[in-house]
Design a protein around this ligand. Structure first.
Ligand code: UT7
Length: 385
């Protein structure tokens, strides 16, 4: 049974709880699709893609991979860095627009693969803002004292919903995942403020029209290619710049901070030109803005998460840094969060016995899942009265 964690009490005084990131990991499929590769299948060219979007290559899942396999790999990395057992995870939130199935939730598949036997699990689907929305949910569960450890993972297999004959979208998106472990602490770190926004009047501007309850899959929906992502690029472009500026300013206002107090900005990695326009208006130095879209492309909800992990890995984040995350996307929606980085981003090398422990945990999770399935099969042989 899940334990609800009580407030932290010290010397008879209730301490305020904060939610700090203690582990992180990412997973990018090994297959890379360059702009040059796209020139062979589409009426496009490297120069157009680079100059209009800033993207040079993207990672694409192989036939045996899916959103859950990417998410599981990233989550295992995050657990390793956090150095906690999957069984101490209270909740798994998976942000994705490309779940393995419409249901069950991809988070449940992750829960099973990790052996997170005490965790609740659910997905959220809010386009490219997914990771920031999920962080805000995790933050709320932790600071309210409900949970101690939460896994937030953002994962996408965009290549599976891309129309590979549509050059206006096919060149932009890529696949990948990133995960963080968030833990309760009394140290004033974690989310300082966040902003969540939506404007459903623009729902049709970035949409996968087929396959849901409005247009259930049929021969017609497939023939009309409604099971693929459709985007009005120019409309989204115009919305995106304003959304980024507005969301950043609101998060700063809520945190009572100025842009000068931000050490690093991690924007949604959709288009260099959108980012350049927004940062010019926000008056933030270019060196403070982290970009990785050149080699990853737009990975929707996973984009900010992957960029955060790459920023940590490349030494761009230091203890005490104020980091602003900002995203926009389908919905239409927007989100931002100011994150105060709490722990050392330098990962100490693990003692040899830890790798044995990780292997044992993985094996235990696999066996546990296997025997549960067998037990269920045997149980189904006996009819109920
Ligand atoms: O995370 C989800 C949020 N999504 C976004 O952030 C996307 C926002 N939008 C954008 O980033 C940009 O609008 C795009 C990169 C999608 C497009 O850039 P653009 O400067 O707005 O180009 P455009 O759509 O106005 O198209 C300009 C021209 C057109 O040709 P004509 O009509 O001027 O002859 C297009 O047909 O470029 C053509 N074009 C291409 N040419 C070569 C469109 N796609 C391509 C392509 N290769 N891949």
């Amino acid at each position: 049974m899940q334990k609800n964690i009580l407030p932290i009490i010290k010397n008879g005084v209730q301490q305020r709880r904060y939610a700090q990131i203690i582990g992180w990991g990412k997973s990018l499929p090994s297959k890379i699709l360059t702009n040059k590769d796209l020139e062979l299948i589409l009426d496009t060219n490297d120069e157009w893609i680079k100059s209009r979007s800033g993207i040079n290559q993207r990672h694409i899942v192989g036939p045996k991979e899916s959103t859950s396999t990417l998410a599981i790999r990233a989550s295992k990395e995050a657990l390793k860095i956090a150095d906690i057992s999957p069984r101490s995870i209270d909740l798994i939130i998976c942000a994705t627009d490309t779940p393995d199935y419409l249901f069950p939730a991809t988070a449940c598949l992750i829960q099973d693969a990790l052996g997170a036997s005490k965790a609740g699990a659910f997905d959220i689907e809010i386009g490219c803002c997914g990771f920031i929305y999920a962080l805000s949910i995790a933050n709320s569960y932790i600071i309210s004292g409900i949970y101690q450890n939460i896994l937030v993972v953002a994962a996408e297999s965009m290549s599976k919903v891309i129309d590979w004959s549509d050059r206006s979208t096919a060149v932009l998106f890529g696949d990948g995942a990133a995960a963080v472990i968030i833990q309760a602490t009394e140290k004033p770190t974690g989310l300082v403020s966040f902003v969540l926004g939506a404007d459903g009047s623009g729902a049709d501007l970035l949409i996968m029209p087929g396959g849901g309850s409005r247009n259930p899959t049929s021969i017609e929906t497939v023939e009309n290619r409604m099971h693929y992502l459709k985007m009005s690029g120019t409309e989204v472009y115009k919305f995106a710049i304003n959304a980024m500026i507005k969301a950043t300013k609101e998060a700063l206002l809520k945190a009572n901070m100025t842009i000068d107090e931000i050490d690093l900005m991690i924007p949604h990695q959709a288009n260099n030109r959108i980012i350049e326009n927004a940062i010019k208006s926000l008056n933030i130095e270019r060196e403070k803005v982290f970009l990785n879209l050149e080699h990853v492309g737009n990975t929707s909800s996973a984009a900010v998460a992957i960029a955060l992990v790459e920023a940590i890995e490349s030494g761009k984040i230091k203890t005490g840094y104020n980091i602003i995350l900002v995203a926009f996307g389908a919905g239409l929606s927007w989100a931002s969060a100011i994150l105060r980085w709490g722990i050392s981003p330098v990962v100490p090398s693990l003692p040899w016995w830890k790798s044995i422990q990780y292997r044992y945990r993985r094996l235990r999770a696999k066996l546990r899942s296997f025997f549960k399935r067998i037990r269920r099969r045997i149980g189904s042989l006996f009819t109920l009265d």
